[in-house]
Design a protein around this ligand. Structure first.
Ligand SMILES: Nc1ncnc2c1ncn2[C@@H]1O[C@H](COP(=O)(O)OP(=O)(O)OP(=O)(O)O)[C@@H](O)[C@H]1O
Length: 583
């Protein structure tokens, strides 16, 4: 252990000397209270340390102790349902220890060390094993089996493995004979947060992460293993949108990182998330969730670390073969933490005071997303999808964090408060949003849902773009001046907006819309447009078309239960054809 002395304190950043022999990113304990910190700069004897706890009251001359290892997370059974702070301390346990006001320097284990888990071995002694191989299982929560894996860098012959029984995460459960000697394996692994966990290969992002939300799936889809960004201006319904994703996306595990600034933002998450029900099982959603929350009394450095803590946990579940969805809310607060620390380090500021490495830090984070084949003997295919919220000050999307995020993430869900004001939910602006995965996932939709999915989607998008042009004309000269064809187009686009894009998160049926239903609904609306246009060409008047009663049937498509949908949608489509042919 190396012991140095504090020579300078600047908020969350302190400088110490006598630190020769320590390493970059090594975790240290600072001052008499043993505050947790990380070395972020090392020059000769002098180390610059960012401290994850409030540094008020710390004095020069106090000691700094090295711990010999980098800032790491503990990975093993007990992690699900947890609510952690930015450096993986369970919030509930800290509270229990120190009361509502979190004391500094408290040491609480990230995972319970005394709890016994029922371990079922899946391989026998004598087997050749390497990092990533599953050697046993623990039913961690009602919905998730925790796969116990050989740590990434271990390889050799399994010398022994315990039989089925109850073990704690620190009990030795197996021994591997490696080229460097015998290595004991426990159910817990440690991994440094700033290093991405290895995988074998990245796969093409050609499978959508189905969310059951029409605007997101049909128009602005995110691929499994893809990246998405969304701004959430005040009152735009961001919380509901995120909760819908957490509940309905076809991911096995949800990791939610809350970097809220205002205290109450986090309180909302901490009180609401644990109450969400998993619609797939009826059990608490927390059974397959890990929450990372930066409460307002934690300093910015912890916020900086929380993003890495969260994504490392997410990668660990990916390595088990699971599809993981990670949400970070908001990455702007994370970037602000970087800015503050960079300022303390007196680094040369870049745009708007953010450090020049802002773009590369954001890129490194989003690059940890992906659909991959995992390490290990057997190829498991798994994914980690990252959705980052941005909170641009004043809603100005041209600011550096948003711009740099948009350069990296492939999907943009532009939540818009003016749509929310009109009660159009989800308030995803269809003209500003985009997805760069549409080409790569079109094959999945065309094969699994409907072969003309891509054409229907593009046709609907074109109509919506046309609508915005037409609306400008309407504002100038009024709707009556529009030709018949355009009036019918406006009727179709109204259907697209109200009957398709709008989706009520609180309606029992509408809250989730399966891909086949989305396709059927879209097809019916595009059919209406085609048949109505044909009727116009035969001489029908737009008034008559707009007055057709099938309009109401289209309006209630979204409320048709999944089981009845196929039959009912066929009837509605027949009605479209019949009614438009009779005008
Ligand atoms: N998909 C939706 N379906 C129906 N109502 C919605 C939907 N999204 C949002 N709302 C309505 O908007 C209200 C506000 O939503 P939410 O709390 O997510 O917005 P917000 O003000 O942007 O929140 P925050 O700033 O905390 O993210 C909800 O209580 C609900 O009434």
């Amino acid at each position: 252990m190396i012991t140095g002395r504090i020579i300078k304190i600047a908020g969350p950043v302190i400088v110490g000397d006598g630190m020769k022999g320590t390493q970059m990113n090594e975790m240290v304990r600072v001052g008499e209270e043993g505050l947790i910190g990380e070395i972020i700069e090392l020059e000769g004897d002098t180390a610059t340390i960012q401290v994850y706890e409030e540094t008020a009251g710390i004095k020069p001359g106090e000691q700094i102790e090295s711990t010999g290892g980098p800032l790491s997370v503990e990975l093993g059974p007990g992690i699900l349902t947890s609510i952690y702070d930015g450096i993986q301390r369970p919030l509930e346990n800290i509270k229990a220890l120190t009361g509502d006001y979190i004391e500094r320097g408290v040491d609480v284990p990230a995972l319970p060390k005394d709890k016994k888990w029922k371990f079922t071995p899946k391989v026998s002694a004598g087997a050749q094993v390497k990092g990533g191989d599953v050697i046993g299982e623990v039913q961690e929560t009602s919905s998730i089996v925790h796969k116990i894996m050989i740590p990434p860098k271990t390889e050799g012959t399994l010398k022994s493995i315990v039989s089925e029984g109850e073990y704690t995460i620190v009990d030795d459960i197996a021994e591997v004979e490696t080229s460097a000697g015998v290595e004991k394996v426990q159910m817990v692994q440690k991994w440094p947060v700033r290093v991405g966990r290895p995988y074998k290969a990245k796969l093409d992002p050609d499978i959508p992460l189905v969310t059951g939300q029409r605007a997101q799936d049909t128009f602005f889809t995110v691929a499994k293993g893809g990246t998405a960004a969304m701004p959430g201006p005040f009152g735009s319904g961001k919380t509901v949108t995120q909760q819908q994703l957490a509940k309905w996306a076809d991911a096995d595990i949800v990791v939610y990182i809350g970097c809220g600034e205002r205290g109450n933002e986090m309180t909302e998450v901490l009180t609401e998330f644990p109450e969400l029900e998993d619609p797939k099982t009826g059990k608490p959603l927390m059974d397959r969730t890990v929450l990372i929350a930066n409460t307002s009394n934690m300093p910015v450095a912890a916020r900086e670390a929380s993003v890495y803590t969260g994504i490392t946990i997410a990668e660990y579940f990916r390595d088990m073969g699971y599809d993981v969805a990670l949400m970070a809310d908001s990455t702007s607060r994370w970037a602000e933490a970087m800015r503050e620390i960079s300022g303390r380090l007196e680094e040369m500021p870049g745009e708007e005071g953010y450090p020049a490495y802002l773009a590369s830090k954001l890129a490194q984070f989003y690059e940890r997303a992906g659909r991959v084949t995992t390490v290990g003997t057997e190829d498991k295919v798994a994914s980690l999808t990252v959705v980052g919220a941005v909170s641009p000050p004043g809603g100005d999307l041209s600011e550096p964090v948003t711009q740099n995020t948009l350069r990296i993430s492939k999907v943009f869900w532009a939540l818009d408060s003016s749509l929310a004001d009109k009660r159009h939910f989800p308030s995803i602006d269809w003209l500003q949003s985009y997805s760069l995965y549409v080409d790569s996932i079109a094959g999945w939709w065309n094969t699994n849902v409907g072969e003309d999915w891509r054409e229907l989607r593009d046709e609907a998008m074109l109509l919506l773009q046309k609508e915005s042009e037409l609306q400008e004309i309407v504002q100038l000269v009024g709707p009556d001046a529009l030709p018949d064809r355009e009036r019918v187009t406006l009727e179709t686009t109204r259907m697209l907006r109200e009957d398709f894009l709008q989706q009520n998160a609180f309606h029992e049926i509408d809250t989730y819309c399966a891909p086949a239903k989305q396709y059927g609904m879209l097809k019916t609306i595009v059919m209406f447009q085609e048949h109505a246009t044909a009727a116009l060409e035969r001489g029908a008047a737009s008034n008559e078309i707009i007055a057709l009663s099938v309009k109401e049937d289209i309006g209630r498509m979204k409320y048709i239960p999944e089981a009845e949908f196929e039959a009912e949608i066929k009837a509605i489509q027949d009605k479209v054809i019949k009614q438009t042919s009779e005008v």
